[in-house]
Design a protein around this ligand. Structure first.
Ligand code: AMP
Ligand code: MG
Length: 423
């Protein structure tokens, strides 16, 4: 049986490279830039006011005022607003009423804040003099036209999208969002919201996978649920093979009704691997069809979660040109001895964390692969394998925070939700 590391390597080795596409800016969140982007204009595009106030010529400021009020009055000759420039040259002792973001009128080189003047009709008495250039946001001070602002490979977050819009970019070259077909299998499954017949359960892997794929950046194609029958599976699998990735839940183990592998093979899918030395998720099946990957995840909900996070998500990241970093990053100490049934397998263990002088990890009760509740209650995960042990109280471990993005630091509670000992 393949180890966790061997299985992941085998999958990533055959994962196709990302494909380049172009999307509109507002559809680019979470995608990766395929080419560098240069600014199409200066930022700011023109000198403009940073405050609401009055634009003046600093040369009109009386000498030796030590920054204090002067009786000199200015004559207000017009208004400059954001989007409505004042187009006349300012002359001696003239001022223009100016609002934040408005272009600085020709001749002016300073803006006095409105809090620092007394205005009487069209006359202005300045109480605190600005210096030359004060309260002016200079053209190009943020960046100049032609500057390379984002490199190829940049993950587009809201802030990158804002910057791209500011420099006039409407469409971006990215690595395409992969389409991911989701197929659930099982005669016992009924949609949430329907009345359950005897022996039925709510179909929860579909919604779980839908959310996981979306969170990872894929576009979901929902194939619904296939019955535990080869013909039903073949029909749905054929549809799924049109997508970049097909993810199936259930029916990959050794029971009489586990037909997914057979059905996939009848659709021309070549087996890449079956069964990995992990817990939960051991019966994982991965196949290939014309350079497309097909994942058959074991049906238990926690197995679905773990095998998605550990194998499907890195694959999706690669398909999107996103860097994959191992998310088990937070050093912690174990609070109790770990009980492990299969000593050769890599275990993924749900834990609760509490922050003391260091992070303390406490395995949750109920690690069964059907226990969805502890999936929700977990603050994080540890990945361990008995051969790397001993995994007894006080051992150092690395925690994967139960977080959407592995790059953000976790916010573990300062007090434990249970009786945690401080190490
Ligand atoms: P299987 O891998 O098909 O043998 O399923 C293993 C366990 O997971 C069984 O208890 C199934 O009822 C359950 N299961 C399979 N698919 C789903 C699903 N889509 N939603 C919830 N539970 C499921
Ligand atoms: Mg089943």
């Amino acid at each position: 049986m393949l180890t966790y590391e061997q299985a992941l390597k085998r999958i990533l080795n055959v994962t196709p490279p990302p494909r380049v596409g172009v999307v509109r800016l507002h559809e680019s969140l979470g995608l990766v830039l395929a080419r560098p982007i240069a600014a199409r204009c200066d930022l700011p595009q023109f000198d403009n006011s940073a405050v609401d106030g009055y634009a003046i010529r600093s040369q009109d400021i009386p000498q030796a005022t030590n920054g204090h009020a002067s009786p000199v009055a200015f004559h207000i000759i017009g208004n400059a607003e954001a989007g409505r420039p004042f187009r006349t040259l300012i002359r001696q002792r003239e001022a223009v009423r100016i609002l934040t973001g408005a272009q600085i009128p020709q001749g002016a080189d300073a803006v006095v804040m409105q809090e620092h003047v007394i205005r009487q009709s069209r006359q202005l008495v300045i109480q605190r003099w600005p210096t030359s250039g004060q309260n002016i946001r200079r053209r190009g001070e943020d960046l100049c036209q032609g500057t390379r602002i984002l490199e190829a490979g940049t993950l587009l977050r809201p802030q990158e999208i804002g910057l791209l819009a500011a420099v006039g970019v409407a469409k971006v070259p990215i690595y395409r969002r992969p389409t991911v077909a989701i197929l659930t299998t099982g005669d016992e499954l009924a949609s949430p919201g329907t009345r359950l017949k005897p022996g039925q359960i709510h179909e929860s892997n579909g919604p779980l996978l839908h959310a996981l794929v979306q969170q990872a950046g894929g576009r979901v194609i929902d194939l619904g649920t296939a019955r535990d029958a080869i013909a039903s599976l073949i029909h749905k699998i054929r549809q799924g093979l049109a997508c970049d990735l097909l993810v199936i839940s259930g029916g990959v183990s050794v029971g009489e009704k586990d037909f997914v592998r057979t059905a996939a093979q009848r659709c021309g899918v070549q087996q890449l691997l079956w069964q990995v030395s992990i817990k939960p998720g051991m019966p994982l099946f991965v196949g290939m069809h014309r350079r497309r990957l097909i994942f058959g995840l074991p049906g238990n909900p926690v197995s679905v979660f773990v095998t998605f996070e550990e194998f499907v998500k890195p694959t999706l990241y690669r398909l999107m040109g996103r860097e994959w970093q191992d998310p088990y990053t937070e050093p912690a100490v174990l609070i109790e001895n770990l009980k492990i049934s299969h000593t050769r397998r890599t275990h993924f263990i749900r834990i609760r964390c509490s922050q003391h002088s260091q992070l303390v990890a406490e395995p949750l009760d109920g690690q069964g692969s059907h226990r969805l509740r502890s999936l929700v209650e977990a603050d994080g995960w540890i990945r361990m394998n008995a051969e790397q042990g001993p995994w007894s109280a006080g051992a150092r471990v690395f925690v994967k925070p139960a977080y959407a993005t592995s790059t953000d630091r976790p916010a573990f509670s300062a007090t434990s939700k249970s009786q945690a000992t401080c190490y």
